[in-house]
Design a protein around this ligand. Structure first.
Ligand SMILES: C[C@H](C(=O)O)C(=O)SCCNC(=O)CCNC(=O)[C@H](O)C(C)(C)COP(=O)(O)OP(=O)(O)OC[C@H]1O[C@@H](n2cnc3c(N)ncnc32)[C@H](O)[C@@H]1OP(=O)(O)O
Length: 566
């Protein structure tokens, strides 16, 4: 953006500034540390100047919001047109309690819903399974059958509100239940809006919740995408997630690179299926973490959009604008919250949420300050939501599109992040047969991702232990405290109430219809057909989550990870 003459003038001026102004100050006072780095241990410079962005081409690298390469945002007006979706992740107990929390959040001004499921539902087992003991309704809502979904969305208009479902191995079943619920209520499938997390690759990489092995899992994800394209065009069948990769201890660059690699693996799986890129790509969505280093995070989000637009165009031949726009949800970093002095978390969350907004997120969850201690209390959830409302309506951050665009520091960090993430993606591609899909699957099999993340997590902890990384209230500014906030307690009768409902559903349903639907599903699985229509039929007959997931496990076997801990 500067010509050679201007750049050399700036270089000379900087040299004189260093000699005349900076050096005497350094001699007198020095600096607080010999090295300044982000939470990902990326060293940052004292000062950035046009020299650091000398290679930046405004048209090619930045452009305008709503235009390629979307570095400055996917919409031309961004939050001046509509603020991001405020989408607090919620769920606990039975469907009744979660329905009540959903309505509370809507009343408080939340603009989208986001469902947290309990561990049995996440793992595709029923509440009456002995493996579910102690877990029913604990970390999220318990869903065994369509009946639970009917209660969960009681009084909520499916055509009005967009709902996210954080669920992975058993995602096709929850998706089928949502479609079945819409059918029952007479809501056209085309009207359904929402997002299924359904990102199995990151499960094998980081979160480690799976049922069947990676390849058939990827096939199942592809089934849901194919079904969504045909049946629910406004619904996002996948939220390719870096959040859990980061929470497992990766750096910002690893989070970005592994997430995009997973995204490209799904693109390739859909292309292999014979789908047209411009048909399915607009329905893909992403999900990132937002951590403490404000500028690093903003750079990550901006680099994500630029890489995605370029790769979708150049590698996969995408033509439609919507196929090249990376749209993402952001959640503030749970891992950064401290149990010590929990109110300090409000400040952390504010900075992280601001990074998401300055980075152009489409949807945001702000963590509650008590989340290092328990599921969020109502008061803590309200403060978290109010934090978003304050950023949206008081801070002015929503009034200027890409306000950090053009900052020498942020542009330079964006470039660095992009280059390093692309190098990772190329490395992953080379690990396989030349496709990202194969590289990711081999990387999982060989423990590559696990090792990379583990190393970063270890290094971070070392820095905290050495005091190089300050964690306020933990390794600095500690206090003696014996007060604890009021924590949410999950009602101990949850399991009993859930088992009663499951038992009554089983007593009332037509067992022959259930058996027939499960047989049809088994046949579809064995024939390698898209299984979504059969799952929809099975959930309508009130087949349970566990009964349906067993069909897949019987066919493909349960996955066991081969890697160990170094
Ligand atoms: C950690 C935890 C765990 O594991 O336990 C988790 O994972 S929790 C994970 C929780 N995950 C989530 O909550 C995922 C949430 N994801 C999403 O909501 C989606 O996938 C998303 C990222 C694409 C965001 O979708 P969204 O509907 O909220 O937002 P959009 O940006 O699509 O906006 C909604 C509508 O408004 C329009 N719109 C928005 N802004 C503008 C603007 N400035 N000008 C014109 N139109 C605009 C859009 O085009 C769209 O319309 P139209 O619809 O007509 O196009």
């Amino acid at each position: 953006m500067y010509d050679d003459e201007e750049l050399s003038a700036i270089r000379e001026a900087k040299e004189s500034w260093e000699a005349a102004t900076l050096d005497p100050t350094l001699d007198r006072h020095g600096e607080r540390k010999s090295r300044f780095a982000t939470v990902s241990n990326r060293e940052v410079d004292r000062l950035y100047t046009p020299e650091d962005v000398a290679d930046l081409d405004y048209d090619e690298d930045l452009g305008f919001p709503g235009e390629e390469p979307y570095t400055r945002g996917v919409y031309p007006t961004m939050y001046r047109g509509r603020t991001w979706t405020m989408r607090q992740f919620a769920g606990f107990g039975t469907a009744e309690e979660t329905n009540e929390r959903f309505r509370y959040l809507i009343d408080e001004g939340q603009t989208g819903l986001s469902t947290a499921f309990d561990m049995p539902s996440l793992m595709g087992i029923d509440s009456d399974d002995k493996m579910s003991l102690g877990e029913v309704g604990k970390e999220g809502v318990a869903v065994d059958t369509l009946r639970d979904m009917e209660v969960l969305f009681d009084g909520i208009d499916l055509a009005e509100v967009s709902t996210s479902f954080t669920i992975n191995p058993s995602a096709p079943v929850i998706y089928a239940m949502y479609v079945a619920l819409a059918d029952r209520r007479g809501v056209p499938r085309e009207e359904l809006r929402g997002t299924l997390q359904n990102d199995m690759l990151k499960e094998f990489i980081a979160q480690k919740e799976w049922v069947i092995p990676p390849e058939p899992s990827l096939d199942l994800v592809t089934d849901t995408i194919e079904f969504a394209v045909a049946e629910t065009p406004k619904f996002k069948p996948i939220s390719v997630s870096g959040y859990h990769i980061r929470e497992a201890g990766s750096t910002a660059v690893q989070e970005l690179a592994f997430t995009l690699a997973d995204g490209f693996a799904y693109v390739e799986a859909c292309l292999d299926r014979g789908l047209d890129v411009d048909q399915f790509a607009p329905q893909l969505s992403f999900f990132f973490n937002s951590h403490n280093s404000l500028f690093e995070e903003v750079a990550k989000f901006r680099a994500a959009r630029r890489i995605y637009a370029t790769v979708m165009d150049e590698w996969y031949g995408a033509e439609a604008d919507a196929s090249k726009q990376l749209k993402f949800h952001t959640q503030t970093a749970g891992q950064s919250l401290t149990a010590q002095q929990p109110l300090n978390n409000v400040a952390r969350v504010t900075i992280q949420a601001l990074a998401g907004v300055l980075g152009g997120t489409q949807s945001l969850h702000t963590n509650s300050f008590d989340e290092a201690l328990a599921l969020p209390s109502e008061q803590a959830v309200r403060v978290a939501l109010r934090t978003q409302q304050i950023i949206a309506e008081e801070s002015g951050a929503a009034d200027i599109v890409d306000p950090l665009g053009g900052s020498f520091a942020v542009e330079s960090l964006t470039d660095e992040t992009e280059a390093e993430a692309m190098a990772y993606i190329e490395e992953i591609r080379e690990m396989g047969d030349g496709s990202v899909r194969d590289g990711v699957l081999r990387g999982i099999d060989q423990g590559y991702f696990h090792r990379e993340i583990q190393e970063s997590a270890y290094e971070y902890q070392e820095r905290v232990d050495d005091g190089e990384e300050t964690v306020v209230g933990v390794n600095a500014y500690e206090i003696d405290e014996d007060t604890r906030p009021d924590l949410l307690k999950v009602d101990e009768t949850t399991r009993e109430r859930q088992l009663d409902r499951l038992e009554s559903v089983k007593a009332e349903r037509d067992d022959d219809a259930v058996a027939a639907s499960l047989d049809d599903l088994r046949d579809a699985v064995a024939a390698g057909e898209n299984v979504m229509p059969e799952i929809v039929t099975a959930v309508k007959a009130y087949a349970t989550m566990g009964e349906i997931m067993e069909v897949f496990e019987a066919e493909h076997g349960a996955y066991r990870e081969r890697i160990g801990v170094a």
